[in-house]
Unconditional design. Structure first.
Length: 174
């Protein structure tokens, strides 16, 4: 195992410090000693000397089986990733002359997305002459937000961007 680093840990002969604080196999503090003494202890135990806290004064090294240590760290990272909640942004496009039933259909789709924990971006797209009446169409987005007010809150208020007006809805914090 000498001479190779995997990730950010220095092991065995790679440790170039004069003195290090050593933690034994069972987690007990062995105190501050030279790297040679620490390496000797690790060799006697048949395991590796791993520098786990390089920025400490003096650096902290641990006498452990490096393969097992690496495996446990990878497992912990995977567990942490599993627990992370990933929120996607789902987009729904509307037009200013949308019919009531079409609006209800879009509202139900947004309700499904929000209950699954996603954010919803509602885009009101304007074409041609509709551009002249942008202000009159804001009520569509307001009605949409009102229809979902029991489960969602407006994350970002309606805002005009070019030929469209967008609004973001997110799940209500309970």
């Amino acid at each position: 195992m000498e001479g190779t680093t995997i990730s950010e840990y220095f092991i065995n002969e790679q440790i170039r410090d004069k003195e290090v604080r050593v933690i034994g196999i069972d987690g007990e503090q062995l105190g501050v000693m030279s790297v040679k003494e620490a390496q000797k202890l690790a060799d006697e135990a048949g395991v590796d000397l791993v520098k786990i806290a390089p920025t400490a004064k003096p650096p902290v090294c641990r006498i452990i089986d490096y393969g097992k240590f690496k495996y446990e760290n990878i497992r912990k990272e995977k567990e942490a990733k599993k627990k992370q909640a990933v929120t996607e942004i789902k987009e729904l496009r509307l037009s200013p002359n949308i019919d009531t039933n079409d609006l209800n259909t879009k509202t139900n789709a947004a309700r499904k997305f929000i209950t699954k924990g996603n954010k919803v971006k509602i885009t009101l797209r304007f074409r041609g002459r509709e551009m002249a009446h942008m202000a009159n169409s804001k009520h569509i987005l307001d009605d949409f937000a009102e229809a979902l007010s029991d489960i969602a809150v407006v994350d970002k208020a309606p805002k005009v961007e070019g030929r469209s007006m967008t609004m973001f809805l997110a799940k209500k914090r309970s």
